[in-house]
Write a protein that binds this ligand. Sequence first.
Ligand code: UD1
Length: 377
Amino acid sequence: MKIISVVGARPNFMKIAPFCKALAEYPNVRHILVHTGQHYDVRMSDSFFTDLEIPEPDIHLNIGSGSHAEQVGRTMIEFEKVVKIERPDWIVVVGDVNATCACSIVAKKEHIKLAHIEAGLRSGDIDMPEEVNRLVTDRLADLLLTPDRISNANLKAEGVSDKRIAFVGNIMIDTLEAQRLKAASRSIEEIVQRELLESHDFPELLDNNFAVMTMHRPSNVDQIETLKPLTDFLTDEVAKDMPLLWPIHPRARKQLEAFNLWEKVKDNIILLNPLGYHDMLRLNMGAKVMLTDSGGLQEECCVLGTPCLTMRWNTERPVTLKEYGGASLLVGNDVKKIRAAYCKVLHEQRNPQRPELWDGHTAKRIVKMILEYGEEQ
Ligand code: UD1
């Protein structure tokens, strides 16, 4: 059997690492790893291959940045060439980035079986580029590998037959469990000193005396009317209470500079380079509170128990919310709402939770499902 798996952007890498490892147990399966190159910086891409021991990609499409249509279009053109030569039995895509959607379309136009890892997530917000990618990918996939039962229900509500759906758990948690000891052994001070973007004085950083934030979504950073009040709250309130660490995504940095917000942010918030996997996990393990618009961090906070304020109005990962036993609260980008929730969670303790099958063994289940697919049909 021949399988092509695809990665493109940062959140894909921690999902493909356990899949590659689980597949390596089957020497009869030829595995070709394709990197579309949507993310290309050392810190956004290469460092994850090294840190998570992901094999060097067999094929690199070098797509790079651009508008959504440019990224998806260029990826389809280049990936089609690969598929026509390789003719795999399966194409496996993960997550919801542009690479996921582009390669799914190519797979089905080339009549190749398609498996989607992390299927069935729905934010209900079609303005989110990732929601478009999820809908397209799940409509096309032959095998929908879901991380939780809510995702199964979403797919069923869309009319997907049970035969195409397999509840396997959350593959990102395989990576978290495999790497948590290594992350725990790191020193927060050492990480911050090493990754500091602008010189900054700060007190001793101890577990539970600092906050961590990430913010990069277009809905939060692309308009000054949204970004300015958010950064004012973060600099004038959160950063006054405790050191606030922000490993900053290139998109957010660009927007802060364009809107003349960079100076104030850098003077008040401890800005860091985009972090490698273990460094970010270590900061999350020690944070008093996480403020984020990332999807993956909501999941990691849930398992680590870090109180998490999700700066979005919706989430495709409701299982991580407090109402489902998780650690995260949806606070949108309205400062009043964020402040109220922030004041409340400051008095809370870490409360780790483990949703069903987030047990570190998801990749093995996935590989088995793919290899046994069709046997009983
Ligand atoms: C993408 C994903 C998003 C994910 C995020 C994590 C889609 C639709 N979105 O968004 O779901 O949360 O990755 O990082 O696929 N850039 C660099 N270096 C890089 C890559 C990008 O500087 O290695 C800059 C470029 O200026 C680029 C911008 O970041 O234009 C945005 O990158 P892009 O991949 O288009 O989208 P993300 O916002 O990263």
